[in-house]
Design a protein around this ligand. Structure first.
Ligand code: ADP
Ligand code: MG
Length: 323
């Protein structure tokens, strides 16, 4: 019901960047290879995400906006096995509860696409339309009906910063997907989607940074760690330039960052921090990445082992490097 959706929205939708995250995850889950994200006024006026993924079958369009209707978890133990980024079936209903949503979508097998318009969780219009294969969703006037939430938002620049940061991480996580982020029609992030991590890193951090990075390729019985690690340019004295993917999911983790930093020990001048993109693969039963829908936290059951593995992986990569 409407109220439950509005309450759930408080959990899932904190700010424009959370909407961007949920919509991009849906696009990735749908197998998209091209994702375009368009923001107007930091996403407060408009968040549009267009993808070339599977699309949604016309009969499933209203269902996608019903809470838990699409939940992919049948039992607790299934949590370990989910291969999609989304599984709660909460994002679309939550977003639609606190904004004005329009969506166009078409699957490969359909000749006509579907159209739906929802305001504050109520379906206003539903029908057929011409559409490309994939999904094109517009989210306008976020929090128009929840003034308390609206008041809590920061400046356009701050909100845009959160959304941009997230898209940059996804671009690094998925070099096989072409991302384009625009703000007020200006391109902020654009990647080729050619599958090459150094190209994605160049798009996000620039050519000079990628020149000073080395391949990380390490494994033992329990962990496999791959990616790139290197040194920041002088003007990037900042702790935020390491991106961690755990079994394909982007997470934020001070522990992992500390392990990377430990690997550099005396190699970094003061006030300079590592730049890296690291994929960790491990037995999914040893990790809980679902602590909170918006927080991107991760918990490892063998914390010390993970720390040691990451440190070793980065250390051996740096030892092979010539700088
Ligand atoms: P979840 O991702 O947790 O399943 P969501 O509320 O994010 O729940 O999405 C509901 C459902 O709508 C998804 O399970 C999926 O079937 C469908 N869906 C949403 N966005 C897309 C998209 N961009 N492309 C294809 N299907 C989508
Ligand atoms: Mg989802």
């Amino acid at each position: 019901d409407l109220l439950a959706n509005k309450i759930a929205a408080g959990e899932v939708v904190e700010r424009p960047a959370s909407v961007v995250k949920e919509l991009v995850e849906n696009a990735l889950d749908a197998g998209a290879t091209e994702i375009e994200i368009e923001l107007v006024q930091g996403g407060l006026e408009l968040i549009r995400v267009a993808d070339n993924g599977s699309g949604i079958d016309s009969e499933d369009v209203p269902v996608a906006f019903e809470r838990h209707a699409t939940s992919k978890i049948m039992e607790d133990k299934d949590l370990f096995k989910i291969s999609t980024l989304g599984f709660r079936g909460e994002a679309l209903p939550s977003i639609a509860a606190v904004s004005r949503v329009e969506m166009k979508t078409r699957t490969e097998n359909e000749t006509a696409g579907s159209f739906i318009r929802i305001e504050g969780g109520r379906i206003q219009e539903i029908g057929v339309t011409a559409a490309n294969k994939g999904t094109d969703i517009f989210v306008r006037d976020l929090f128009f009906n929840t003034p308390a939430r609206l008041k809590y938002l920061k400046s356009i620049q701050t909100e845009l910063g959160h959304a941009t940061d997230y898209i940059e991480r996804m671009a690094l996580a998925r070099p096989d997907v072409a991302f384009r982020l625009t703000h007020n029609s200006r391109i902020l992030v654009q990647t080729a989607g050619d599958g090459k991590l150094p190209h994605a890193v160049t798009a996000v951090y620039g050519r000079e940074t990628v020149k000073q990075m080395v391949d990380v390729e390490w494994e033992n019985y329990d962990y496999r760690i791959t990616g790139l690690a290197g040194y920041p340019e002088l003007n990037r004295a900042n702790r935020n330039h390491c991106t961690f993917l755990v079994n394909g999911r982007y997470v934020k983790s001070f522990q992992l960052f500390n392990a990377v930093q430990a690997a550099y020990h005396t190699r970094l001048p003061i006030h300079r921090y590592p730049v890296c993109v690291l994929h960790l693969q491990l037995d999914p039963t040893l990790v809980d990445v679902n602590v909170h829908p918006t927080k991107l936290e991760v918990r490892f059951s063998e914390e010390k082992d993970v720390y040691a593995a990451v440190q070793s992986a980065v250390q051996s990569a740096l030892e092979r490097s010539t700088f």
